[in-house]
Design a protein around this ligand. Structure first.
Ligand code: F6P
Length: 191
């Protein structure tokens, strides 16, 4: 049976103050999550467990306590918001109101100035998704927009809904292949 695990990184200092992108460290709550994630995953005793993270410090720190081979993949980095990196949504509204309005209108195809769109993220994820389909017991620790695309791929979510898929923090998502379909379960960690 094929089983794959996914998690967003623990809460980061940027999540706390509502800034997008960047490479912020985990907040104290995020660090607590990294410990409970490791405890939960170790208790499962998964044969051949591997951990795939992005190259950003918040996903690496989230998996830091897990004893397993790890790979940091650029493909799993968060959507790149180009000129809007590290701004808060309020600052975006002040400095790039037209951009924000365009994004609200067509979030899937909207590309940040000098940055990426959800469609771009889906394209760069193709090699990782192809590889994940052949693996079992991989824990992927990544980011909100990337995990929206990954989960939508396995769950066959309509493309237009991808930018709105609910992927909460501090929650482990388990996907299991049952027959020809993937089944999804979520495990909310008490933090
Ligand atoms: O706010 C956290 C975050 O991961 C940002 O870094 C990223 O830009 C954003 O979520 C993606 O979500 P949305 O596409 O809804 O802005």
């Amino acid at each position: 049976q094929q089983t794959l695990y996914f998690s967003r990184h623990g809460e980061s200092e940027f999540n706390v103050i509502g800034r997008i992108g960047g490479d912020a460290p985990l907040s104290p709550r995020g660090r607590m999550y990294s410990k409970s994630l490791a405890k939960h995953i170790h208790a499962l005793n998964l044969p051949g467990l591997q951990v795939w993270t992005s190259t950003l410090q918040r996903t690496k720190a989230t998996s830091a306590h897990i004893n397993a081979p790890k790979q940091a993949l650029h493909e799993l980095d968060e959507i790149w918001s180009g000129d809007c990196e590290s701004l808060s949504y309020e600052e975006l509204q002040e400095r790039f109101p037209k951009e924000l309005a365009l994004r609200d209108r067509e979030k899937l195809k909207y590309r940040y100035p000098q940055g990426e769109s959800y469609v771009d993220v889906m394209q760069r994820l193709v090699p990782v998704l192809t590889q994940l389909e052949c693996e079992t017991n991989v824990l992927t620790v990544s980011h909100q927009a990337v995990l929206r695309c990954v989960l939508a791929y396995f769950m066959e979510t309509p493309v237009d809904e991808i930018p709105y898929v609910h992927v909460p923090l501090h929650t482990i998502i388990k996907i299991t292949l049952q027959g020809f379909n993937y089944n999804m379960e979520t495990i909310k960690m008490p933090i």
